[in-house]
Design a protein around this ligand. Structure first.
Ligand code: PMP
Ligand code: GLN
Length: 388
């Protein structure tokens, strides 16, 4: 294993899901729904398979139907026009979109600012591209009995992180693992900074429809940003088909063309029949998207309330399907040790947030639970954790 990758080992998600299987625990570690997405979308995939659509290499940028549907989605939800032929690229999940974007846009030695805690593939892909990650840490609001705690971006810290070597800001909103949804004002300030310092922004918006408080505002919608922003989406999150690995990128022809140059040598194309199905899914009525959000809001509250009752300090998320907790109040200090012992103690698997930090101290006592699970599974997990 080369030096660029050596520090990364096995992803925490694979490790923790294996632990869940080995111990027969409830898996609230890796974020994947335990209920598949809409029946009609599954049927659309079956139809495509049967009709022989997409069983051979589909077009490199993605099938035209899906590129058109992605462009229509950006227009419908955000009023952002994209040309399906030149400004949309289909990828093998958001994971490939992240990798291809960074490989395409970074020169060795470029600095990338990423919000910390960061999704694990960001650090690995920055390293693969020869870049240097510069974390800007989201900080929890002070403990206050009257208010629930949230995470905030310190805009001064962000501004101070920009140097002459900064090439891009890698943004993620709604944010995994903290559940933070960056506000319009925060995003506007980031946009201003990007324009002022002539930075690109790669923005991972895979949880765009999972927002419970506030609203999702795409980075590309701010003045001056369309021409410097690569936006990433995923059918895994929006339609609960994480196994299909269909994602996409939108941006200017220059930026999307660059990402495509990298993508063609990573996977060449993404799986065909699923693209037809996702094209149909993106056209589902508003009710589908609202229903997904409301379902997850209920699940968020079942898990957040249950964890609070069990003695965890809970950061109730404004978006995503993760809740971050602090275990200090339980008399615990180390999230990794806690997560490794949890299956044995009560049959539940969670993820230690420290793996998403360079500043290990900042994440040491934090643990993430996923709530994209059936209500009864969440209730079972909560009752197990309350017996800790
Ligand atoms: N970005 C973030 C923030 C995620 O949480 C995930 C899901 N694990 C991904 C990207 C990867 O998405 P996909 O499964 O579409 O590759
Ligand atoms: N994004 C999911 C999570 O944060 C899992 C993705 C993965 O396993 N790579 O849990």
């Amino acid at each position: 294993l080369n030096r660029r990758l050596a520090e990364f080992g096995t992803t925490i998600f694979a490790e923790m899901s294996a632990l869940a299987v080995r111990t027969g625990s409830i898996n609230l570690g890796q974020g994947f729904p335990d209920t598949d997405g809409p029946e009609e979308v599954r049927e659309a995939a079956v139809r495509a398979l049967r009709d022989g659509r997409g069983n051979q290499y589909p077009p490199g940028p993605g099938i035209p139907e899906l590129r058109t549907a992605v462009a229509a989605h950006q227009q419908r939800w955000y009023g952002l026009p994209y040309d399906p032929d030149t400004e949309v690229l289909v990828t093998a999940g958001a994971t490939e979109a992240i990798a291809a974007s960074l490989l395409a846009l970074l020169e060795p030695g470029d600095e990338v600012i990423a919000l910390e805690p960061y999704y694990d593939s960001y650090a690995a892909c920055i390293a693969l591209a020869g870049g240097t990650r510069v974390p800007v840490t989201l900080r929890p609001s002070p403990a206050d009995a009257a208010a629930e705690r949230r995470y905030h971006l310190d805009l001064d810290e962000l501004r101070d992180a920009v140097t002459d070597r900064t090439r891009l800001i890698l943004l993620n909103t709604p944010h995994n693992p903290t559940g933070t949804v960056l506000s319009r004002d925060e995003l506007a300030a980031i946009a201003e900074l990007a324009c002022e310092r002539d930075l690109l922004v790669v923005t991972d918006e895979v949880y765009e429809h999972l927002v419970f408080e506030g609203e999702h505002v795409p980075m590309a919608s701010f003045p001056g940003m369309r021409e410097r922003t690569v936006t990433i989406g995923s059918a895994g999150k929006t339609f609960s088909f994480t196994g299909w690995k269909v994602g996409w990128v939108t941006g200017t022809p220059e930026l999307v063309g660059a990402v495509r140059s990298a993508k063609q040598f990573l996977t060449y194309v993404s799986a065909g029949p699923f693209q037809y199905a996702v094209a149909e899914a993106l056209a589902l009525p508003d009710d589908y998207f609202h229903g997904l959000r409301e379902d997850l809001r209920r699940k968020r509250d079942i898990l957040s309330d249950g964890l609070a009752e069990a003695g965890f300090q809970v950061f109730r998320p404004s978006g995503t399907y993760f809740v971050t907790t602090d275990i200090t109040a339980l008399g615990e200090k180390d999230g990794l040790a806690f997560c490794l012992g949890l299956p044995e103690r009560c049959g539940v698997v969670a993820v230690p947030n420290s793996v998403f930090y360079d500043d290990k101290e900042a994440g040491r006592s934090l643990v993430r639970f996923a709530f994209c699970k059936q209500d009864e599974v969440l209730r079972d997990a909560v009752s197990r954790l309350q017996r800790l």
